[in-house]
Ligand binder design. Sequence first.
Ligand SMILES: C[S@@+](CC[C@H](N)C(=O)[O-])C[C@H]1O[C@@H](n2cnc3c(N)ncnc32)[C@H](O)[C@@H]1O
Length: 261
Amino acid sequence: MTDIRAYNREAWNRAVSQGNIWTLPVSPEAIAQARQGEWRILLTETKPTPRHWFPADLTGVDVLCLASGGGQQGPILAAAGANVTVFDNSPAQLAQDRLVAEREGLAIVTIEGDMRDLSALADASFDLIFHPVSNVFIPDVPPVWREAYRVLRPGGVLLAGFMNPLIYLFDRTLAEEQNILQVRYSLPYSDLTSLSEEERLRLNGPDAPYEFGHSLTDQIGGQLAAGFVLTDFYEDIQPHDVIAQFAPSYVATRAVKGYGR
Ligand SMILES: C[S@@+](CC[C@H](N)C(=O)[O-])C[C@H]1O[C@@H](n2cnc3c(N)ncnc32)[C@H](O)[C@@H]1O
């Protein structure tokens, strides 16, 4: 059995040393602006998360940046006044958050762990969870929604970004080399079982984390089944992806934990 969590931990540690864009800490200028109330952060790749998805005033708001290491969203939200905990599977990603925190004099808690198991965190201990596109790196999503629900306070908000499942349906060699979209895979998709090892190495290279394409039943139905009420939604694109010419690559949802089920 492949230890997916351990494999992806090493893959994301390598991504940090290779300068992957999702591992690059924010600049001192972005932090200075966030301290003045001017900030934008990403749940998906290009569209900033709408400001009205967050509380009007972040001062003292307890925020969990879930599978969101890299010195990006956590430090911005901390500079905007929130009490931030960054939870991630990659020590190198968490080190990026600590680097910005030390550089800027921000108090940020970092916790290493698996997004499906938040047992290090108490029930009802956060007001907001910011969960950018990262459940693509785990094989099973419903535990994330259940744990997010547990650690939020009643009235708490879950902001989540995830892949549009159709991204995983098409033959990638044909798409990338000939711009042809031909359905080849079915959902749920897994780099481990949908591709041969030879294909995986050819298409993804030896350094990439394993990816998984989840159904909307798991992504949206899973949030509803955990008890969340969805209140808003947008889609976004992966700018250089062939499929993005025809359909959005990402989904973002805003969900609220009600005061009783
Ligand atoms: C694309 S990056 C997202 C972080 C980035 N700050 C962003 O803007 O989206 C995906 C993150 O998910 C984390 N991750 C992957 N598998 C995980 C798991 N099982 N539990 C927690 N975090 C995980 C990776 O270490 C990585 O930091």
